[in-house]
Structures are given as structure tokens and as C-alpha cells.
Ligand binder design. Structure first.
Ligand code: HEM
Length: 402
């Protein structure tokens, strides 16, 4: 962080940012800002490996010489700080470090030390307010995955979609387009996250063929998703290994096959699928490892969906829900940019579809909390025996929300 001199410069910028940030500036109105600046420098220096120490001498304009108070809880308790305020301050610190050229891998290490202080510093009683607070860290709502849930591109994560903190809610809409050599898939939908606890999503998938004789092929599917965070916090709990864990369910209804009327095929059941609707159940575990600038997610899904349900559910090769692992890893290049890869295992139930795993490499950009753009190169494997080509191509997704 540039030694004592560097820390002083960063802290000066940081203090200027927090005392002018409309999200938190009022909290600092009645306090001795030069003293706060001094204490923060000591604390950051201690966290950066010393040799300075946070002296924690508590003094303000009216209570001169009360004594030494080092714990963050007593320093902040009267302020009734919310999660959104805590995150705003941490973001200002990231911005201050960015402005002074501190590499993201270094600033993330400091954030890793500060994040667990949330337990002591956030003492406002939780309560869901009617206005969206956009209170979470940038990128920690994930993006919208192909079935509409908050997560990566292919797989749901334990993160609740959007930027509503535990005291608020958030909503977003997305459009995703995947184009391989012979097929395209468009997904659009809306999702709501409530209290950073519950997520509801609605999505429609529109799958099309472009190679004769499947050039008029069109299959639509609707998906309703529900996710509940059970335990853990992917962001704050940097000092324990426990990840954030959520469970989810997706109800999928295949709307039938268009464009194959001449062959008399109008339903996925005519291809051998046992059903045109079904449920996926999943458990996801997500952890942001600030020390390593990584986000990791593992999902286990019980499903009998063929190609996510686009080719129906179950078939001549099997009609039982099978447990399928899905994995995502993302490197947080900076506050706004993540680079990663995903893998999603899938069942093989249909004789006419040699279904394979999906995988991709992606870059996700979060210019603001209102919009994110994800681009990926995806491998979707072979899709039906009628076209034995490995399908791969570009994936582009835009999410916008409040
Ligand atoms: C990671 C988060 C935070 C850290 C590491 C932190 C650190 C500190 C430190 C070291 C002090 C100086 C205490 C002393 O005089 O010895 C302090 C005081 C203060 N902090 Fe924080 N703080 C955090 C979050 C917040 C937030 C979110 C707010 C409000 C939005 C806030 C508002 C204040 C105020 C107003 C004081 C002055 C208190 C006083 O002098 O009595 N802090 N903080």
C-alpha cells in the first residue's frame, strides 16, 4: 500500500470520500474527522503488516480522554450502522485504493481483514424497507444464469440476485443470447431478491435451429425459480471457511416444438421424453475469497431435464432425477470485472440426444449496480443425433436492475 506515506494518502482520499458520500456522510457530522483519519491510518497500517498499531484512544469533541477503546463494537454501537452503510464505506475504501494505484489483489487482502468486522459494526436492527437500497457490494448479486436464477451464466449460485441488502429488496431483468453453429438460445426474464434471503425468478427460453432440416425448429420453455439462503455469508465471513449456502427449486414447463409440423412432431414427448414439465432441486454453496481475489461456487442439482428441459424430462435411457455437479470459479480482476469458468454436468436420458456437459469461460463487467454485461465462449456439446456436431459459440448477457 506504499508504506506509511502511501497509507496516509489513501486515508486522506478515503476520508474525503466517506464525508461526501451521500449514502453515509451524515454519520460523520458530529465527529472529529482529523482524529478519525489518524486512527484509520493506524488501523490500516496495522492490517497491512505494521509496524504501526491502532492506538484506539477514544476521544471526541465532548468526551476528552475517556480512555482506550480498541474494539470496533463500542466505537460504532451508538451509530446503529446498517449493512448498506458498511458496504458503502468499504466501497469508498476500495475506490480510494484504486485512485492511488493499489493493485486489486492487494486491496482485496485489506477488505478480507475488514469484512468480518461487519458482525461488530453493523448493529442496526434488520428490517425490510420498501425502497430498494442497492446496499450490497458490487458484483455480489451475481448475474442471471440461463434459467433465470442469480448466479453465473450456466449455474445458480447461493448469492441472492440483485443488490438489496438484508434490509431491503432488489429487482432485475435480463436478456441472454447464445449462438452456436446450428442453434441459438435466447433467455429473458425478471427476478426479485428480498432481504438478501429469498429470490424469485421467472424466465422464458427460446431455442431455435438454423440448419436444415431443423432450420424452422423452435422450442420454448418457461421456468419459475425460488431460492432461499439457508446459512453463511459469502462476503463478510472471511475468517471462517463456511460458505453461503442456499437451496432452490425450478419448475420448468416446456411449451412444445414448432417448425417440425411436416414431420408431425409438436411435443418433446414424441422425441422420447417422458414428460414436458419437471422440477429441478439444487443446493449451492458460494464463497468470495478476498485474500485470493476469487469467487468459488459449487452446486448440486437433482434433475431429469434433457438440455435443461428444452428436450423435455426423462426418457428411454432413464426417468429418475440424478444428482449433477456444477462448478464456477471467478477471478476478481478488480471491483468491476471478473474472469471465470463454469462447468455443468447433465444427465443423459434421451436415446436421440447424446447429451454432454456444458462449460464456458466468461468475463463479467459490472460498470454500476444498475447494469452488468457478461460475455462467454460456451461449449454445449452435441444436441440430438440428428446433428452430431459439438455445438459451441458466443454467449452474451445483459442484466439491468435496481
Ligand atoms: C470496515 C468498516 C469500518 C472500520 C474498519 C471502521 C474503523 C473506524 C476506526 C478505526 C475509527 C476510529 C475510532 C477511534 O477514534 O479510535 C472509527 C470511528 C468512526 N466510525 Fe468507523 N469503521 C468502519 C465502518 C464505519 C461505518 C460504516 C460508519 C458509518 C457509516 C462509521 C462511522 C464512524 C464514525 C462516525 C466514527 C467516529 C466515532 C467516534 O469518534 O466516536 N464507521 N471507525
Amino acid at each position: 500500500m506504499g508504506g506509511k506515506e502511501g497509507i496516509k494518502k489513501i486515508t486522506d482520499t478515503f476520508v474525503a470520500l466517506i464525508t461526501s458520500d451521500p449514502r453515509i456522510k451524515e454519520s460523520f457530522n458530529d465527529f472529529d474527522i482529523p482524529q478519525l483519519n489518524q486512527r484509520l491510518q493506524e488501523q490500516f497500517c496495522e492490517f497491512a503488516g505494521g509496524p504501526c498499531k491502532y492506538s484506539g484512544k477514544y476521544r471526541d469533541k465532548t468526551m476528552d480522554g475517556v480512555g482506550t477503546v480498541r474494539d470496533m463494537k463500542s466505537v460504532h454501537i451508538d451509530l446503529k450502522i446498517t449493512n448498506a452503510q458498511f458496504n458503502a464505506l468499504a466501497e469508498d475504501l476500495q475506490i480510494a485504493m484504486e485512485q492511488h494505484g493499489v493493485p486489486s489483489s492487494v486491496s482485496n487482502k485489506l477488505i478480507a481483514k475488514l469484512a468480518p468486522m461487519q458482525r461488530d459494526i453493523v448493529t442496526a436492527s434488520p428490517g425490510v424497507q420498501s425502497k430498494p437500497d442497492m446496499g450490497k457490494f458490487l458484483a455480489t448479486g451475481g448475474v442471471s444464469q440461463l434459467e433465470g436464477a442469480g448466479g453465473g451464466g450456466l449455474t445458480p449460485w447461493a448469492l441472492i440476485t440483485g443488490y438489496g441488502s438484508r434490509d431491503s429488496w432488489a429487482a432485475n431483468a435480463h436478456y441472454t443470447h447464445v449462438k452456436t453453429q446450428d442453434y441459438s438460445l435466447g433467455t429473458y426474464g425478471v427476478a426479485v431478491g428480498v432481504g438478501d434471503r429469498l429470490e424469485l425468478s421467472l424466465a422464458r427460453q427460446d431455442f431455435k435451429g438454423s440448419l436444415a432440416p431443423l432450420n424452422a425448429l423452435q422450442i420454448k420453455q418457461d421456468i419459475v425459480g425460488l431460492k432461499v439462503r439457508l446459512l453463511g455469508d459469502a462476503v463478510y465471513e472471511q475468517d471462517v471457511w463456511v460458505p453461503q449456502v442456499a437451496v432452490g427449486i425450478m419448475y420448468k414447463k416446456n411449451k412444445g416444438i414448432g417448425g417440425l409440423g411436416a414431420l408431425g412432431v409438436t411435443s418433446v414427448t414424441q422425441l422420447g421424453a417422458k414428460d414436458d414439465s419437471g422440477y429441478d432441486y439444487y443446493v449451492s454453496a458460494t464463497k468470495v475469497l478476498f485474500e485470493q481475489s476469487l469467487l468459488v461456487n459449487g452446486t448440486l442439482r437433482a434433475t431429469k431435464a434433457n438440455q435443461m428441459g428444452i428436450l423435455g424430462f426423462g426418457g428411454d435411457q432413464g426417468d429418475h432425477a440424478k444428482l449433477m455437479p456444477e462448478v464456477s470459479v471467478a477471478y476478481l480482476i478488480n471491483r468491476k470485472l471478473a474472469l471465470g469458468a463454469e462447468y455443468r454436468h447433465k444427465p443423459h436420458n434421451l436415446g436421440v440426444d447424446p447429451e454432454k456437459a456444458y462449460y464456458d469461460a466468461f468475463v463479467a463487467w459490472f460498470p454500476t449496480r444498475n447494469v452488468s454485461v457478461t460475455a462467454a465462449y460456451a461449449h454445449l456439446g452435441e444436441i440430438t443425433v440428428f446433428n452430431k456436431k459439438k455445438q459451441k459459440g458466443w454467449y452474451l448477457s445483459v442484466q439491468t436492475g435496481f
